[in-house]
Design a binder for this molecule. Sequence first.
Ligand SMILES: [Fe+2]
Ligand SMILES: [Fe+2]
Length: 138
Amino acid sequence: MPLMNWTPELDIGVEAMNHEHRQILDAMNDVFDADAAGVSGPAMMAKIGKLADVTTRHFVDEERFMDQVGFPGREAHKSMHAKLLTDFGRHAKAAEAAGGKPSREFFQFLMLWLSAHIKHIDRKYGDHANAATGARAA
Ligand SMILES: [Fe+2]
Ligand SMILES: [Fe+2]
């Protein structure tokens, strides 16, 4: 059973960003499923590393997109990304120290981050971009 499924509420109206959000969701579910299957150690840390990579890349792309569409809240949004990466790093370190076993708090953080950040924070630049163009951005 995955940690989280894609739902229509996660659609922020910008296809390129929806696509990256799905990649993050897949990488999260991969960590979750592997943990449920008893995977730990370096194999688990590799999956957590993959999740860190897709997330970091997404933040770079998303921040560039917000700059391109002139989203007014982009500086505050960038600060949130920086905080998320710091928190993620802390959880990843704790998982490593525990022998490649992510904690329950790590999964709670991932789930909360994905649902709350995408549905409420990312949506704002999506709405801004679509209001500016009068259509869904590609
Ligand atoms: Fe974001
Ligand atoms: Fe995002």
